[in-house]
Ligand binder design. Structure first.
Ligand SMILES: [Zn+2]
Ligand SMILES: [Zn+2]
Length: 81
């Protein structure tokens, strides 16, 4: 079964803010934020509801990277392996 290396702490993403060059924090899967009810326990259901229609099919895990200094954020699509 495919899994995201970032969610499973196998890897961390080293990224720096293009505005202030601070280290960006991985805030986790975007779907954790977009689930308005917080009661979806089924992984595939969460993916289908995260607003990125290809993530379930293509095994992509969208992560929100945020800068704590200036508030910059960017979504990175992580290939599950
Ligand atoms: Zn992930
Ligand atoms: Zn910044």
């Amino acid at each position: 079964m495919a899994m995201c290396p970032l969610c499973n702490s196998l890897k961390s993403l080293e990224m720096y803010c293009p505005k202030c060059h601070s280290h960006l924090d991985d805030s986790g899967k975007v779907s954790d934020f977009l689930d308005p009810y917080g009661h979806y326990n089924d992984e595939e259901t969460v993916k289908m509801g995260d607003g990125y229609p290809n993530t379930a099919k293509d095994h992509i895990c969208p992560h929100l990277m945020v800068c704590n200094e200036c508030g910059y954020d960017v979504v990175k699509f992580i290939q599950e392996t």
